[in-house]
Design a protein. Structure first.
Lengths: 422, 312
């Protein structure tokens, strides 16, 4: 009798859950006439801006609903990879330079470039060429540019005033920059002119290109780390710490991040990405004392830039609706809405004005200006592997454990070994 | 009943085992009851172990594609300097953290086993690190250790000592991490040892007292032998935990710290390979290697226990 009761209970529970699940499914599809597509992003700061674009899109297309899925950078890629394996990708999602190769090579993305070509309202010349190129793999385009970012020089106005130095501007070259950094440094008080961060994008890559070197050649077949120009640039960067002592050591910066040192007035200048500005504006200490300038030049001007793209899953069940949405995100109107939210520089040419004017705290116009001589963030198919090796060796170089030339040649050799396999 | 007898008739008398229908039914229910756990264990633990071993012989492609490549990963491992450095770091960490950690836990358990006031409060305090998130613990310690602005160096400066970069000096970094590991493991070990201590019957001590044994004698002849099974368990668990160290290194050393060559453990190296570089094949090889190390070390400990562990 007891046994029968247990069996009955188990069955009852199983049946009721099944009924419940079925009921849920039904509810989803009964919303008559509307299609729901999902849009996955990785930046919480940008969620309000994205939602504003979605709201406008839904207003224009009442039959399509868009659900925004926000995660953080790390989670985002783990989830997206798992979803790709399980064939349940979000319909529309952000794409990044470091991952595009993997998704494009496995045909996981809709080749939106073909649609752009046939659509009279769409034109890739509306966006910065470098960002378009990031998402062009073997001549096929897999994304519509969403935004771009450049690297600028963030400096402490008050420290410049006290030292009696004029603020950095486009006339600055490395020599001028070093001279100012020396004047701003007071090692006995633990105050430094500059923070030579062990970061590629926010550090030495910029110096390599400013000196006429390169990280990887245009054909992506050869590393440029062993070029005399590149070695010279790394040497200069290294000397800021070890010869001129105008920067805290790598060890100090791994204990206290450059941004924190800047906020506590221990560092007068450091490189920031345009995506970090909203954080600096929120902090009332940095809002008061910081301002932005273009990067110093050497042989030429250069600033590493990168940009995100909106991609569509190749396996989406609603290709037309997804395309409509991505198209809207890429329009002038969509970009203007994005710019007004202030989180990222919109990609559409001429729509940067609202972004500049909503960031009145700093002279952020420089970030838009630098796109003219910007260098796309160097990457290739095996980038995850060589960039990890490169970062590790660079840390040893900048901490003084490895000779600059020896280290650079080692990086180049390792990169070349991997580039051959591409 | 009738069928059971019939079945038995065909089996030679020697091998005859009395299996009653009721037994089968009873077993069936037993299996049904353990099934959820067993299925969970198989899907979540055993199957991934088998898969990992298989992947360690593969090169990994995008989106879970694996290609068989024989023992290439193992050959690569043998020539990988970083891997051997990480292995020696892992052992160094284990040696630094386990013996001292267990001794201190034992001391704490002993102290809290006496009848003092506010015993529960002390027990709670000691146990608190276990309740806190490891990442939060690591963050707080990282601040304490900060070379320029940390509390430890600030206090040292009162005595005219210029403290080192606890997190960045190659000579101190591993010790600093071991200190945090010891600090955060004392509570858990202590609770287990405390339970062991309380299981020792008081009558033994009373008898020893009548015989005139001094506290030393009591400790080494009664407490330690009777506690040895618990102690053995604590040591086994601690060694395994230490060999699998990851979170503290990940949180406290970070990726931009040159000292990483001195503090990188095997699991940290595995993480870099499998998730940073996304070479899951080689990552699996590293983990299989660690698996073998842990098996071997544990086997050694079980061999050694005969000499000092007393079960009644």
């Amino acid at each position: 009798m007891k046994r029968k009761l247990i069996v009955f209970l188990v069955l009852a529970i199983a049946l009721s859950t099944m009924a419940f699940a079925g009921g849920q499914q039904e509810a989803k599809s009964t919303e008559k006439g509307t299609t729901t597509i999902s849009y996955a992003i990785w930046d919480r700061n940008q969620a309000p801006g994205m939602q504003a674009m979605i709201d406008r899109f839904e207003e224009l297309n009442p039959d399509i609903k868009v659900s925004l899925e926000v995660s953080n950078w790390g989670e985002y890629w783990t989830k997206l990879e798992a979803a790709t394996m399980g064939d349940v990708m979000p319909d529309v999602f952000w794409m990044h330079a470091s991952r595009i190769r993997m998704y494009a090579d496995n045909d996981k993305l809709m080749p939106v470039g073909d649609r752009v070509k046939t659509d009279p309202n769409m034109d890739y010349s509306n966006y910065p060429e470098g960002v378009v190129k990031i998402y062009e793999i073997d001549g096929v385009n897999y994304a519509i540019p969403k935004d771009f970012d450049t690297i600028g020089l963030c400096y402490n106005k008050k420290m410049f005033d006290v030292a009696g130095i004029s603020y950095p501007d486009e006339t600055w070259d490395w020599n001028k920059f070093l001279e100012a950094a020396k004047l701003l440094t007071d090692e006995s008080k633990g105050v430094y002119g500059f923070a030579a961060n062990a970061s590629d994008q926010l550090g030495y890559y910029n110096f390599i290109y400013q000196n006429g070197g390169y990280v990887i050649n245009a054909a992506k077949t050869k590393s440029g780390f062993d070029l005399p120009e590149s070695i010279e640039a790394i040497q200069f960067y290294h000397d800021l710490i070890h010869k001129h002592h105008v920067s805290p050591t790598i060890e100090q910066m791994s204990d206290t991040k450059p941004g924190t040192m800047f906020a506590s007035r221990k560092v007068a200048m450091y490189f920031v990405g345009s995506w970090l500005i909203s954080g600096l504006a929120k902090n009332e200490v940095t809002r008061e004392m910081a301002d932005m300038a273009v990067l110093p030049r050497m042989v030429k001007s250069a600033s590493i830039y990168n940009g995100l793209g909106n991609s569509i899953a190749a396996s989406t069940e609603h290709p037309e609706e997804a395309w409509k949405f991505v198209k809207f995100l890429g329009t002038e109107e969509g970009n203007l809405i994005q710019g007004r939210s202030g989180a990222a520089i919109p990609a559409f040419k001429g729509t940067q004005e609202p972004w500049i004017s909503c960031r009145t705290e700093f002279n952020v116009k420089v970030f838009v200006d630098m796109i003219d001589y910007g260098v796309p963030y160097p990457t290739s198919k095996t980038a995850p592997r060589w960039s990890s090796l490169q970062k590790e060796t660079m840390i040893q170089i900048l901490s003084g454990n490895v000779e600059v030339e020896e280290g650079c040649k080692k990086i180049a050799a390792e990169m070349n070994k991997l580039l051959v396999t591409e | 009943m009738g069928t059971a007898i019939k079945e038995q008739a065909c089996i030679p008398k020697k091998m005859r085992i009395k299996i009653k229908r009721a037994d089968i039914s009873k077993w069936g229910w037993a299996y049904l009851m353990v099934a959820p756990t067993m299925i969970g264990l198989f899907i979540l633990n055993i199957w991934p172990i088998i898969q990992t071993i298989y992947f360690s012989f593969c090169s990994s492609g995008d989106f879970g594609k694996y290609e068989w490549m024989g023992t290439d990963n193992y050959a690569r491992m043998a020539a990988d300097v970083t891997l051997w450095q990480s292995t020696s770091n892992t052992f160094l960490f284990t040696i630094l953290s386990v013996p001292l950690g267990v001794c201190l836990s034992l001391l704490a358990a002993q102290l809290l086993n006496t009848s003092i006031k506010g015993k529960t409060i002390y027990r709670t305090i000691y146990f608190l690190p276990i309740v806190s998130a490891p990442a939060a613990i690591a963050m707080v310690w990282k601040w304490l250790y900060n070379c320029d602005f940390g509390l430890i160096n600030y206090i040292l400066s009162f005595f005219g000592i210029d403290g080192p970069g606890w997190n960045t000096d190659p000579g101190y970094a591993m010790i600093s991490i071991a200190v945090v590991a010891i600090w955060s493991s004392i509570g858990y070990n202590m609770i287990i040892l405390l339970a062991g201590l309380q299981n020792i019957p008081k009558t033994y001590y009373e008898a020893a007292e009548i015989d005139g044994a001094n506290p030393f004698r009591k400790y080494f002849s009664i407490t330690l032998p009777l506690l040895s099974p618990t102690l053995f368990f604590v040591i086994i668990i601690s060694v395994m935990g230490a060999l699998k160290q990851f979170d503290l290194v990940y949180m406290m050393t970070g990726f931009k710290n040159p000292v990483i060559t001195q503090t990188r453990t095997l699991v940290h190296y595995f993480y870099t390979q499998a998730f940073d570089i996304s070479d899951k094949g080689y990552g699996s090889t590293i983990i299989v290697f660690l698996f073998i190390i842990i098996m071997f070390v544990t086997w050694l400990q079980f061999k050694g226990q005969r000499k000092w562990v007393h079960y009644n």
